[in-house]
Write a protein that binds this ligand. Structure first.
Ligand SMILES: C[S@@+](CC[C@H](N)C(=O)[O-])C[C@H]1O[C@@H](n2cnc3c(N)ncnc32)[C@H](O)[C@@H]1O
Length: 303
């Protein structure tokens, strides 16, 4: 007969986040960049082995018809194209463009030209090379959106699971408003807490995941995001909610890929980071099996 564990030792009990682990910390731009790059400057091979597919997209993909990573990435980007109402010749901006897969796919498939922003020199270099390899007109800048200047204007601006990092989301929407041409569209895809109480009472799992991303930004509720969209002179056109089954399938695929490449990945990033990242993916899988989050694409027009 096994002895039941009655109590965890006091030191293991969760007393809530420390002050520096609360969401929406304020940092200098330099510190913010260093913190996000703790994650995004890990070697591309590490991420690419996990994300899989031709476009190596680091966000939830769609599995309505897709049966493999590439098809699921393209199915998601085709939805972006519909919601952005892309037409050949348009000029678009991807803020938080990762390794450029999403932007290059849209340029190649829909005949648009693009600009992508991210904060990681490695991501920028990989994304610019990808644009060259596919022969598309896309410029990638290592640039915080707060510092981005442009005098041509964009027909559409989008983000895919990037605004979670942004501390000043209202200012971001104001910036997008200024960058868009009259009538231009903005589409933001992001996860949202289903109640504000979840970002005020973080769990140990929340904090583990938040630490993986250098404790930048934080999840909001959809209501809070919509308020900021409205306050910055956008008219909401559609809210497209994505069934969480798509995140579970995306996370399952990432976990499978990770396990398949486990020996090489541990060589690249070390056993400790490998374990932390695997725990993160398992927590993502669990989060999207509960009722604490939704995944939404907010489509808005510049007024
Ligand atoms: C989770 S990744 C998403 C990448 C891409 N959208 C995708 O789906 O594959 C977040 C991206 O946001 C970028 N990022 C974070 N904060 C940023 C900021 N303030 N300005 C520009 N890019 C930022 C990171 O460098 C990273 O490329």
């Amino acid at each position: 007969m096994t002895t039941p564990i009655k109590h965890l030792p006091a030191s293991r009990e969760w007393a809530g986040p420390a002050p520096e682990q609360e969401l929406f910390q304020s940092y200098s731009k330099a510190e913010y960049k260093d913190r996000t790059n703790l994650h995004y400057e890990q070697p591309p091979e590490f991420f690419f082995s996990i994300l899989g597919g031709e476009w190596q997209i680091y966000s939830c993909n769609l599995w309505e018809r897709a049966t493999d990573d590439t098809a699921s990435q393209e199915e998601k980007m085709d939805l972006f194209a519909r919601l952005l109402d892309l037409k050949p010749g348009m000029r678009i901006l991807d803020v938080g463009c990762g390794w450029g897969g999403p932007l290059v796919y849209l340029c190649k498939t829909y005949g648009v030209t693009g600009v992508g922003l991210n904060l990681s020199p490695t991501q920028r270099q990989v994304a610019q090379q990808r644009a060259a390899d596919y022969g598309v007109d896309a410029q990638i800048y290592e640039c915080n959106w707060e510092d981005f200047r442009d005098d041509q204007g964009f027909d559409a601006v989008y983000t895919d699971e990037a605004i979670v990092h942004f501390t000043n989301l209202g200012e971001f929407f104001g910036k997008v408003h200024a960058l868009l041409r009259p009538g231009g569209r903005m589409v933001n895809k992001e996860c949202h807490f289903t109640s504000r109480r979840y970002n005020q009472h973080l769990t140990r799992a929340n904090v583990h995941n938040y630490e993986i991303f250098g404790l930048t930004g934080g999840y909001r509720t959809l209501a809070d995001e919509l308020t900021l969209v409205d306050q910055n002179n956008f008219e909401v056109q559609t809210i497209h909610q994505i069934d969480l089954e798509h995140y579970r399938r995306t996370a399952d695929s990432w976990l499978r890929n990770m396990y398949q490449h486990r020996e090489r990945l541990q060589q690249i990033v070390g056993a400790k980071y490998y374990r932390q990242f695997r725990a993160y993916l398992k927590l993502v899988r669990r989060t999207f099996s509960g009722t604490k989050m939704t995944l939404d694409m907010v489509v808005a027009h510049k007024i």
